[in-house]
Ligand binder design. Sequence first.
Ligand SMILES: [Mg+2]
Length: 280
Amino acid sequence: MTPEIAARLRDASGLVFDMDGTIALGDAASGGHKPLPHAIALLELLERKGIPFVVFTNGSAKSPATYAASLRKAGFPVPDERMLTPSASAARWYVREGIGKVRVLGNDGTAAPLRDAGIEVVGPSEPATGVEAVFTGWHRDFVFADLEAACESLWSGAHFTTASHVPFFAAEGGRAIGASYAINVMLSALTGKRPRILGKPGRAAIDTALATMGLPRSAVKNLVVVGDDPALEMRLANSVGALAIGVSTGMMKEVDCLPPRDRPAALLSSLEPLLEAMSA
Ligand SMILES: [Mg+2]
C-alpha cells in the first residue's frame, strides 16, 4: 500500500464493503456466514471511530434485515440499516422515477424492500397489466412461464432492471452462477432490451450507499469501496472517483489482465493492511 493510498484511507468519508468474498463467505453447512480474517475487527474499529460504513451485497436472495442478522450471528457489528442489497437501491430508484408496479423475478427477500417502499409487486409469472418495470434477482425457481410473462411486460414498455449482471460470484468452495445474469441474457436476446443495473456497479447503488451513510454526493471522492469483484466494486469505485480497494479472498486473484476501469488502486491479500491503515 502506497503512502498516497494510506493518506486517502485516513481521510475516508465512509466505506462501502462488499459481503461475499470480502468480509465473509457463505457457509453452506449452516446457511450462514463465516467471517474472513480481520473483517470483524475492521468494522468494529470503524464503529469506534465513528466512520460511517455500509455492507452492500449484490445478492438478492434475502432481505437486507436477513443478511444483517446472519452477519451479526457471525459476530459482525452490522445493524439492519447498514445492510444494503440491490433491492434496497432498486426501491429507491423506482420511487424516484415514479414507478409503482414491478414484476419481480426473485423471491420474498428480493421483493421485501420494494413492498416496504410501497411498490406493488407482481409475481414472476402472475398475469398483470400496467407493469412499469421488470426486476430480475436471485431466482433459482425460474420456469418458462416466468420468461413469457417478463417478455410480455417488457414488450409492453416496462423498464428492464436487474439486481446484478455478473455471471459468477464467490462462494465457499469456488464460484457460483449469478441467477439474474442467466435470466437477463435470455430476456435481452428475446426483447432486444438491455438491463439497467440497480445494484453494483450502477449509479443507484452508490447514491443509496451515500444516502444510507448520511453523506452528501460530494463525499463520493473520499469514499472507499472494498471488494473482491473487479466488475462490481472496482468498477463502481472507479466510475465515481472513489478509492477502489481490492481483496484477493474472492473473485479477484490478479489485476494485470483487467481493463483500467476494473482495476483496484491496491490489491490486498487480506483486510489486515486496511485495518492497520485505518488504525493509524
Ligand atoms: Mg463479492
